[in-house]
Design a protein around this ligand. Sequence first.
Ligand SMILES: Cc1ncc(COP(=O)(O)O)c(C=O)c1O
Length: 384
Amino acid sequence: MDDLLAYRDRFPILADCTYLINHSLAAMPAAAEDNLLEYARMWRERGIRSWGEGWWEMPITVGDQIGRIVGAPPGSTVMHQNVTVAEEIVLSCFREPGTRNRIVYEEENFPSVRYLYQAKPDLEVTTVADDAAIVDAIDERTLLVPISHVLFKNAEIQHVEPIVRRAHEAGAHVVLDCYQSAGVVPLDVTALDVDFAVGGSVKWLCGGPGAGWLYVRPDLAEQLEPTFVGWQGHARPFAFEPELDYAAGARRFLTGTPNVPALYAATAGYDVIEEVGVDRIRERSLALTRFLIDRLDAAGFEIGSPREPSRRGGTVLVRTPDDAAVHRELGERGIICDFRPGAGVRLGPHFYNTEGELEATVEALTEIVSSGAYERHAGAAARF
Ligand SMILES: Cc1ncc(COP(=O)(O)O)c(C=O)c1O
């Protein structure tokens, strides 16, 4: 644990506040600033030559780094702007679904992902209560099963294996959204045998915005032809050929000019996650969330997230009399967290947080609720 605490110096914001919002925007590694300066230096000094000196290949090279964290082989993961774009690319492989046009997902799937499927009139969306119900709802008309590995609202880890098994039996494909697991809950997309996996970088990967990723199972990548494609997805982009000829493997899932500065920033986060190791992060995360749950129990709060380690992601949900107002008051006291409507206040410690910070947070929560200090924020609106 002491060696993990040594990492605190690498995250400047930890010196200024109690940062418990790693399920939303994790702390910035100081190295991200160095990487962005390096990006600017390249642009200034190398100009157009930068494309050949790494920029053009970054969606692949950075994707390979994500691959090392999530168990994807080299060449199977590419970088995009966000999960929504990555998932639209997946869907674009199945343009004329015919009678196999059913999308099955659960109620707590992330809204942006839901909207994407709801907006397509030729798809039939079936929404079910939970992960077990997904297994039952998959049938021979199911095209895609987009699921979250860890639910955003209450951090519950989903049982992925039975869903994949049933989907494959029925001829459907699984898209695993790993945004709330990658970097804090170990996962192996190859062992899970998912067809696609997507994620972003702002949360546990400490990579900042603009760096989404898409994994496609290597044997599938060779067969699929995404219709949302661009010149980076062409076999010979610099031949500027008028006709489309798909690149091999995951490259065909690329679109146009990559988001280079975001990729520079993001690798600073991935570097530290790789250095610490997700297994070690998970061990620490389970200890911290256990500590938090114990303190919240002792203070008489109701917990809104799973207690069992096998179902517990990185975030603890606590119910309060007015989540929006309590969250606002915590923020004014330098405790940075968030809340989700109907779910509770979300407290998400990462490997660099301390028991002392969690203890102080529970003390502050107790005082805020028992004194009614939150009441001056009554009617506070939902925001970050
Ligand atoms: C599970 C999950 N999926 C997706 C997203 C975000 O998607 P996007 O990258 O399209 O903003 C989030 C959170 O912001 C999330 O928690």
